[in-house]
Design a protein around this ligand. Structure first.
Ligand SMILES: Nc1ncnc2c1ncn2[C@@H]1O[C@H](COP(=O)(O)OP(=O)(O)OP(=O)(O)O)[C@@H](O)[C@H]1O
Length: 222
């Protein structure tokens, strides 16, 4: 599904945020990406989203070198990827329903079909009963679940998350990770950047560890 071949990313012509990365993530895998602050986790995810291009090497997703996608193809490429951020980036003046519906509105999905999919996504994260609420009326953990519903409403084959539990207490963090595991169980490939080692070592998935932009460990679940 994802292949990094000798990938490097240099910012500003001299700083190597990522260097010589070689790894692959198979379809249906769930992988944690860990490392200190500044190790390059977000940069690596941005390469997969094609928000950045590698300075060296190639990033292949589903067999395609994504640097070669034409600008007009990029939106289609991104549709297969759901993204969850630490600060969930919800629109504060829109209801939960509308926040989750947004990716479908952008794609022009027909209204009734959109409603069906939004409700299915909200149901999966246990928030169907809050569809009319505004984000501010929800707890941090619930807001993050809305962010996950929005990420999966397009039924992406790949789900990326950047520190999705960053602001949550240990129990809520575990609940959020369990949700990602649910989506993985139904076949979605999941890559989660997290520095919460206590939590992710307990979860027993493959772990890629970055240090100063280099891959220093690739550990299968024990
Ligand atoms: N657009 C950019 N321009 C210049 N330098 C950048 C840019 N984005 C990231 N960097 C630098 O690249 C390095 C890796 O950053 P990145 O955000 O990928 O790390 P991270 O592991 O996600 O860190 P954190 O956990 O703090 O988010 C850092 O030193 C950062 O300052």
């Amino acid at each position: 599904m994802i292949v990094f071949e000798h990938v490097g990313k240099r910012y500003g012509g001299r700083f190597d945020a990522l260097a010589n990365l070689d790894f692959r993530v198979d379809r249906g895998e769930m992988v944690f990406l860990t490392g200190h602050s500044g190790a390059g986790k977000s940069s690596l995810l941005r390469l997969i989203m094609r928000l950045e291009r590698p300075t060296r090497g190639r990033v292949l997703v589903a067999g395609h070198d994504i640097a070669r996608l034409h600008a007009s193809q990029v939106p289609f490429y991104r549709r297969q990827i759901g993204v969850v951020f630490q600060d969930h980036q919800l629109l504060l003046d829109r209801s939960i329903y509308h926040n989750v519906a947004l990716p479908l509105e952008i794609r022009g999905v027909e209204h009734r079909e959109a409603a069906r999919r939004v409700r299915a996504a909200l149901d999966k994260v246990g928030l169907l009963h809050r569809e009319k609420a505004l984000p501010i009326e929800l707890s941090g953990g619930e807001q993050q679940r809305v962010g996950i519903a929005r990420a999966v409403v397009n039924k992406p084959s790949l789900l990326l998350a950047d520190e999705p539990t960053g602001n949550l207490d240990p129990q809520l963090s575990a609940d959020i990770m369990a949700l990602f595991e649910d989506f993985n169980r139904i076949g979605t490939t999941v890559v989660i950047a997290s520095h919460d080692l206590a939590l992710i070592t307990r979860l027993r998935h493959r772990m890629l560890r970055l240090r100063d932009g280099r891959l220093v460990a690739d550990e299968e679940a024990a």
